[in-house]
Design a protein around this ligand. Structure first.
Ligand code: DX5
Ligand code: ZN
Length: 225
């Protein structure tokens, strides 16, 4: 059985007060912070890169930065993100031709390695070898590029397929996740919850965090029986 981990997506935060926003989430119960790095190539938007992550890490040295790399050449940024204090480097499978070497490069820099798939990529594109070598698998339930989009139910079966093949792996779902959509994801077996607008825009983020985590932990207990 895997445990629920919450990773609020800072894309929905006030970027002008990023460190304070991260602290607010940690205080509200967040174990990780989901840092959405976009390069204007893999996705049309640009958000932030290593210099900003470095500043956040300096202010909050024990923060766990779950770096979601929506970038065209993920090989290029491993060293910069490691130097910036990234804890997990999650690249898109669609953006590389050699995921195994990339996972090794990430591990060589003492980061955890994550492999993300966009809505049109089947879960079977993650081979057994890649899945076993990775520390986390990320199923996108929106097209990467912006927050606040509608959750795509059709991606949920991929979570279940990956959970069957990798019973002990951290499996993350990202995009449109909130109190209304958590149930289907939890039943499919994911455990790392990314939520942007559902948490940052809530009047009581800690209540939402607790609710999302409880839902996942209850579903995990049921699945373990
Ligand atoms: C989308 C990002 C997500 C996004 C999630 O490209 O990868 O992390 O911020 O935001 P919500 O939870 O608002 O869909
Ligand atoms: Zn993300």
């Amino acid at each position: 059985m895997v445990k629920a981990i919450i990773s609020p997506s800072v894309l929905a935060s006030d970027f002008g007060n990023l460190s304070a926003e991260c602290r607010r989430m940690i205080k509200g119960g967040a174990e990780w912070l989901h840092m959405d790095v976009m390069d204007g190539h893999f996705v049309p938007n640009i958000t932030m890169g290593a210099p900003i992550l470095t500043c956040v890490h300096k202010g909050i040295p024990d923060i766990f930065m779950d770096c979601h790399m929506m970038v065209a050449q993920p090989e290029k940024w491993v060293n910069d993100i490691a130097d910036a204090g990234g804890a997990l480097y999650c690249f898109h499978l669609e953006a590389t031709s050699d995921p195994i070497s990339l996972i090794k490069a990430i591990h060589d820099r003492n980061m955890k390695a994550g492999v993300a798939i966009s809505p049109d990529t089947p879960s079977t594109a993650i081979t057994d070898e890649v899945g076993e070598k990775a520390d986390m698998l990320l199923v996108m339930t929106v097209y990467p590029g912006r927050g606040g989009q509608k959750f795509l139910d059709r991606c949920v079966p991929k979570v279940a397929e990956l959970r069957t093949r990798f019973p002990q792996k951290d499996i993350e779902v990202d995009g449109g996740v909130g109190p209304k959509t958590i149930d289907v994801c939890a039943d499919a077996g994911f455990n790392v919850i990314v939520a942007g607008t559902a948490i940052f825009n809530a009047p009581n983020p800690e209540e939402v965090i607790q609710f999302l985590k409880d839902t996942v932990n209850t579903a995990q207990a049921k699945l373990a029986k």
